[in-house]
Design a protein around this ligand. Structure first.
Ligand SMILES: Nc1nc2c(c(=O)[nH]1)N[C@H]1C(S)=C(S)[C@@H](COP(=O)(O)O)O[C@H]1N2
Ligand SMILES: [Mo]
Length: 419
């Protein structure tokens, strides 16, 4: 096969867009260098926020091995921490999609170049490119699907996205180390057409027989930037809130209508979906079972209301990127409940269980620092009203800075101490 037959994609002559060239590729590459690094860091941080090393029930990737080396105790300050890190992760990921696609488009002749490998070094480079392109498409696709169609992967999203991120980022680092110096030079020199074919005969980015341009390189970049901006504006409102919530047309995906009033904020899973029977949450039936060093106590809602009640203004921030504005929660401090079962000082970790019988998020473990925080509540009210069934009536956990998944709804049991 001749590799200069312009009817074949392996021939440089097949690719005729006059936009392709080192400047266009370098600008997009440098944007992705910064953006993807932020995505990787905020992604790792999001995993740490789940407290995976605290209890197997929190750990969505139990076989991570050494990849968990960096885990740390997630703080409770600032109270909007997860709202920020995960809002950034999801919004930036979505806004970078046009940049990623444009970058892949700009280098597509190289992906088809033949022969597949001229030397061992070249073969390794091609394999790393495969991991880079495949990994990028995989991470962006799984991320978007989880945000938009979360029922597609109930539990398996986490291991796929987490392991995929490590494979992809390894290839990304190798690629960045090799290419960043030249990209920076290209952008500084504003190099334009006429890139020579490289000495080894590898096809360059510039077409040897370009078509007439229909748009300038800068115009094309503005188009990509405009598409990113459009995605940003239609996504960011779900985490920034305020007036921008009305422009968040893309996210959060559908979901139950929260209605208005004090309980009128985003609902993740409804009581009906979770299989919560109104009979078991009623005054007659529901008891909170609290266990600790000194034994077990059972508390009805009326018993809880006789304990000191406290308020804290805290958001719900989901891994899917959406978050609520601060809501006014009122209930019993987790550390006061710990004190009822023998931990008057230094409350320990707690294992929280819901009435819900099935589903990955019916149980969660909270770390001692989260229990000790005076803003951490077993909430009975929100915004001055009883919790609605969908927000966790009769009682739910709310903890500052934690991901939504740790704010267990329809709580039935708290076990303090050794998890
Ligand atoms: N029992 C139970 N609690 C749960 C969940 C669940 O599925 N079951 N989902 C969690 C998740 S992932 C989030 S984001 C928050 C959402 O709370 P909200 O529906 O009140 O906004 O609840 C958390 N608490
Ligand atoms: Mo969530």
């Amino acid at each position: 096969m001749r590799d200069d037959d312009p009817r074949l994609p392996s021939s440089p002559g097949f690719w005729r867009s006059p936009l392709r060239g080192p400047w266009f590729t370098s600008v997009l590459g440098l944007v992705l260098l910064v953006g993807i690094t932020v995505l990787f860091v905020t992604g790792l941080v999001s995993y740490a926020a789940y407290n995976p090393d605290l209890s197997p029930v929190n750990d969505q990737t139990p076989d991570k091995g050494v990849l968990g080396f960096y885990l740390f105790a997630w703080p409770t300050d600032p109270y909007w921490l997860y709202r920020l890190t995960q809002g950034l992760h999801v919004t930036l990921g979505i806004a970078l999609i046009p940049v990623l696609l444009a970058k892949l488009w700009s280098v597509v002749p190289k992906l088809f170049a033949l022969p597949p490998a001229r030397s061992l070094a070249h073969a390794l480079e091609r394999i790393s490119l495969l991991l880079l392109v495949g990994g990028a498409l995989f991470e962006f696709t799984t991320g978007v699907l989880n945000v938009q169609l979360d029922y597609l992967f109930p539990g398996s999203f986490y291991p796929l996205h987490f392991y995929g991120a490590w494979v992809f980022f390894a290839a990304f680092v190798a690629h960045a180390v090799l290419k960043t110096p030249a990209a920076l030079r290209t952008v500084r020199e504003r190099r334009t057409p006429g890139e020579p074919r490289s000495p080894e005969g590898e096809p360059g980015l510039v077409s040897p027989r370009p078509d007439a341009p229909t748009v300038s390189r800068r115009g094309a970049l503005r188009f990509v930037g405009g598409a990113s901006l459009l995605l940003f504006v239609t996504t960011a409102g779900q985490s920034i809130g305020g007036a921008l919530r009305r422009t968040a047309l893309l996210a959060p995906h559908g979901g139950p209508d929260p209605g208005g009033g004090p309980n009128g904020f985003q609902i993740n899973k409804t009581a009906v979906y979770a299989g919560i029977d109104p009979v078991e949450t009623g005054q007659e039936a529901w008891r909170l079972v609290v266990t600790g060093r000194t034994g077990t106590v059972r508390l009805g809602r009326a018993d809880l209301l006789r304990l000191p009640l406290h308020s804290s203004a805290l958001p719900i921030a989901c891994v899917e990127g959406w978050s609520t504005a601060d809501q006014w929660w009122r209930g019993v401090r987790l550390r006061d409940l710990a004190a009822l079962v023998g931990y008057e000082t230094d409350p320990p970790d707690v294992f929280v269980e819901s009435l819900q019988r099935r589903g990955a998020f019916r149980r969660a473990a909270l770390r001692a620092n989260q229990v000790a925080d005076p803003r951490s509540l077993l909430a009975l009210y929100v915004n001055g009203e009883d919790l609605s069934p969908d927000h966790g009536y009769p009682a739910r956990v709310i903890v500052p800075a934690a991901p939504g998944v740790l704010n267990t709804k329809w709580v039935a049991r708290l076990t303090f101490g050794d998890l």
